[in-house]
Design a protein around this ligand. Structure first.
Ligand code: ATP
Ligand code: MG
Length: 472
C-alpha cells in the first residue's frame, strides 16, 4: 500500500517533492507490512528451538535476526518446516562469533551453519540487490555474490512472494515485503520481479516453481509460469549436483507424481530427468501403474515422516527400462542373471549422465534390481541368504510393488509376506509348499522358453518372461 502511495505521489506531483521527501517516500516504499504471527495462526510448537535460539542470540548481540523463507511459509500453512533458515544483518564472521558451534560455509553464497545438538540452522546475511561484484556466467546465471545489503533488498532477491516472509519469534511479528501473506491465503506461487529475468539469473527457480507448487498444492501464477516452457533448456547449464539435489527434493515433496508430471508438462525434464518420457509413455499400463505406486508409497512415507531411500526411488523410476531390456536379452537366449546384469549396465550407462545420480545410490539401485529374481528361489538356503542382505527390506518392498501392479506373480508376494511373519515351523512348511508347487506343472502355465540350441536357460526357473508371470 505504501509503495502504491509513493508511486501515486510521484505521478501526481512529479518534480514537486523535495529530495528529502522523495527519500523518505522511497524508504517508506521499502517498509514491509507487519502482521502478528499468532493472528496468522503460527503454531509455536512447529518452530524449532534451535531456530528460536539462533534468532534470540543474534538479537541479544545487537543484530536484526529473523526466521525466513520456506520455514515461515510452512509455519503459516501449519506444516512443520523441514529446515530453518535465519536471515540477519550480522556478517558471517559476526554470526560465527555469537555461537559456540558455528562454521562459515559456501563460496557462491557465504553462509554460517549454527549447530544445536543434531540441528543445523543456516544463517545468511541480508544480500544486496544490485552490485557490480556479482559474477555471472555467459547465460546470465549468477555464479557468486557476497555483497551484503538491506533487509528489503534481501526480500526482493528471494524467489517467490511466499518465500520472502520474515518471522521474529521474540516479538511474534511477520514482516511481509511482497504480499506473500496474501498469496499464501490465495495459494498462489508468484515470482518476485520479472520472472524471465529471475529464471535467467537462476534456472533452478523453474524447478523450484514446479516442486513447491506440487508440495504446497499451490497454483503457479500465470506470469510466473508463462516463460518456463520457452526457457526450460537453460536447466542444462546448471551444475549436475544442484539439479540432482533439486530432483531429490521434488521426489521428497510428498506429492511426487504430481510434481513429476508437471515437470514433464513444462518440458523441464529434458534437462534433468529425460527418462520421464519413457515412464509416462510406456505402452504397458502396468509400467506406469508400478511407478505411480512407488511414488505414492514414497509420498505416504514422507507424510508419516519416515525416511525414504533415493536408491529405491530411482530403481523404481528406471525399472521398466531395465526390465524391458532384460526380457529382450533373455528372449534372445541369454541366461537370466547375466541378462539382468547386462540390462542394468546398459540402462545405467545411458541414463547416468543426464540424471547426475550419485554413485552410492546407483549401487543401491543395482542391488535392489539384482535381488528381484532371487525372490523366486525358495529353498531354505537361498531364502536365508537373501534375507541377510543389507538391502533386503528395500528389495522386498520393491517386489511387493511389482506384484501389486501385476508385474510379477502376486502369490510370490503373499508367500514372502507370510514367510516373514511366520515362526520357524511354519516357515519350513511354506518352503515345502513352495517347492512342491513348483515341481507340479500347473494347467495354463506357459512352457519354459527354450534357448535357440534347444536347452532351457539356466539359473532360477522363473525368469522375466517365465511361467510365474514375472514382469512381462
Ligand atoms: P523447502 O520446503 O524445500 O525447504 P524452501 O523454499 O525453504 O523450500 P530452501 O532451498 O530451503 O527452499 O530455500 C530457503 C529460502 O531461500 C527460500 O524460501 C527462498 O526464500 C530462498 N531461495 C532458495 N533458493 C532460491 C533461489 N534459487 N532463488 C531465490 N531465492 C531462493
Ligand atoms: Mg527450506
Amino acid at each position: 500500500m505504501i509503495r502504491k502511495l509513493f508511486k501515486n505521489l510521484a505521478r501526481l506531483a512529479p518534480g514537486r517533492l523535495s529530495s528529502k521527501a522523495m527519500r523518505r517516500a522511497k524508504s517508506l516504499a521499502h517498509e514491509p507490512e507487519i502482521f502478528k504471527g499468532s493472528r496468522l495462526g503460527i503454531d509455536r510448537r512447529l518452530l524449532s528451538n534451535a531456530a528460536a535460539r539462533t534468532v534470540e542470540e543474534l538479537q541479544k548481540a545487537g543484530f536484526k535476526a529473523y526466521v525466513v523463507g520456506g520455514a515461515v511459509r510452512d509455519l503459516l500453512l501449519g506444516i512443520r518446516p523441514k529446515d530453518f533458515d535465519v536471515a540477519t544483518n550480522a556478517e558471517p564472521e559476526q554470526v560465527q562469533k555469537s555461537f559456540r558451534r558455528a562454521r562459515i560455509i559456501g563460496r557462491r553464497f557465504r553462509l554460517v551453519h549454527v549447530m544445536f545438538g543434531p540441528e543445523t540452522i543456516e544463517v545468511s546475511t541480508f544480500r544486496a540487490l544490485q552490485s557490480d561484484d556479482i559474477e555471472l556466467d555467459e547465460h546470465g546465471r549468477v555464479l557468486r555474490d557476497n555483497v551484503f545489503g538491506e533487509q528489503h533488498e534481501d526480500a526482493t532477491r528471494r524467489d517467490f512472494t511466499v518465500n520472502a516472509l520474515y518471522y521474529d519469534p521474540v516479538s511474534d511479528q511477520v514482516l511481509d515485503y511482497h504480499h506473500g501473506v496474501k498469496d499464501i491465503k490465495a495459494k498462489v506461487l508468484r515470482m518476485i520481479g520479472d520472472p524471465e529475468h529471475r529464471y535467467r539469473e537462476d534456472p533452478v527457480r523453474m524447478l523450484r516453481a514446479v516442486r513447491l507448487a506440487a508440495k504446497l498444492g499451490f497454483e503457479i501464477d500465470r506470469a510466473t509460469r508463462r516463460p518456463i516452457r520457452e526457457m526450460a533448456d537453460l536447466i542444462r547449464n546448471v551444475p549436475n549436483a544442484r539439479l540432482f539435489d533439486e530432483m531429490l527434493k521434488l521426489l521428497h515433496s510428498g506429492n511426487s507424481l504430481e510434481g513429476l508430471s508437471q515437470l514433464r508438462s513444462e518440458g523441464l525434464h529434458h534437462g534433468c530427468l529425460p527418462l520421464l518420457d519413457l515412464v509416462f509413455e510406456h505402452r504397458d499400463p502396468r509400467a506406469l501403474d508400478f511407478v505411480s505406486r512407488a511414488l505414492k508409497a514414497t509420498d505416504a512415507r514422507i507424510h508419516d515422516r519416515k525416511p525414504v531411500s533415493p536408491g529405491f526411488l530411482f530403481a523404481a523410476l528406471l525399472w521398466n527400462l531395465v526390465n524391458e531390456r532384460w526380457q529382450q536379452r533373455h528372449a534372445q537366449g541369454e541366461h537370466l542373471i547375466p541378462a539382468l546384469n547386462e540390462a542394468i549396465d546398459e540402462v545405467i550407462e545411458t541414463q547416468l549422465d543426464a540424471l547426475a545420480i550419485q554413485r552410492r545410490y546407483v549401487s543401491d539401485m543395482r542391488e535392489i534390481w539384482l535381488m528381484q529374481p532371487r525372490f523366486e528361489k525358495r529353498q531354505t538356503a537361498s531364502v536365508v541368504r537373501l534375507m541377510e542382505h543389507i538391502r533386503f527390506r528395500a528389495a522386498y518392498d520393491f517386489m511387493l510393488l511389482r506384484a501389486e501392479s501385476g508385474l510379477c506373480d502376486p502369490s510370490l508376494a503373499t508367500w514372502w509376506t507370510d514367510y516373514l511373519d511366520a515362526d520357524s515351523a511354519t516357515r519350513n512348511t511354506l518352503i515345502t509348499q513352495a517347492n512342491a508347487n513348483r515341481s507340479r506343472p500347473t494347467a495354463g502355465r506357459r512352457r519354459r522358453r527354450r534357448k535357440p540350441n534347444g536347452t532351457t536357460p539356466s539359473g532360477p526357473s522363473d525368469g522375466p518372461a517365465s511361467s510365474s508371470g514375472s514382469d512381462a
